[in-house]
Design a protein around this ligand. Sequence first.
Ligand code: GLV
Length: 330
Amino acid sequence: MNPPKKPRVVVTREVFDDAIDYLSTHCEVHANQVDAPYSPEALAAALANAQGLMCALTDKVDAALLASCPQLQAVANIAVGYNNIDVPACTARGIQVTNTPGVLDDSTADLAFALMLATARRITEVESYIRQGAWTGWKLKQWLGVDVHHATLGIVGMGRIGQAIAKRAQGFDMRVIYHNRKRVAPDIEQRLSAAFVSLGDLLAQSDFIILQVPYAPETHHLIGAAELAMMKPGAILVNSTRGGVVDDKALVEALKKGVIRGAGLDVYEGEPKLDAGFLSLKNVVLVPHIGSSTEATRRAMAMTAARNLVAALSGERPPNLVNGEVLALR
Ligand code: GLV
């Protein structure tokens, strides 16, 4: 008797070999040989007879794509955010969707902190000054920044990553306030010395604001011109979550006019394109969506996605199933 046919899976971007090796023991793997996103047409063609998809936030999994891959059973995103996937459309077709929560919390919190520190202490601005050979000597009033320690940090979005940021803030003796759709449990608030406030109070009281809410229709332009105007003129905004949570055009204007002091950004509306206005501003620190980008974390994310995909295709409940309701539809 022939052994049962392995499910066919498509991996859309370059990943670490251990994830491919693991997938290959259970599946027939079709891995994109070029580390660039497939066009929608190429992705549809690759998926035409596939049961599994391991994809990245650069891949759009929408109803049109799903209509062209009738055999698809599972989509494993290599990210905690999954706004690139139309989850209700997947559920309607009985397709399981998974993400990679947990393994990237600390690395992403580290990056949010790095952006906050770099903006407060003008690290990229002074680094380019020194590289240009412009430094002629020490001066008492040169390159003055602002203190992170003992300042008030407002965290918008108190999920796992928000909490990891609050934990770091304790080491800097910061006062931590937060806003979240739902207030977190009292023991978590107590452990993190974090006080729940309204978004308006958070905007008005914080010296630093870090955004860590997922992107969804409800969080689209959560921070726009009106919210920026509510912040302290000395405030620094960090967006380490998703483009679209901030109205980037409004942010460029606010940074130009000194409505707030500065911003540290990892994510942008329409990335990898970004508002050209950011490029000529000195009071913004820009990095290219590297929140979770350490070797250990990206490896763990790829392996988590691979395990989720294999579990889903083997009839087991994947550890990080986003649309649990899909199982009831079987
Ligand atoms: C990265 O941005 C992620 O959502 O994991």
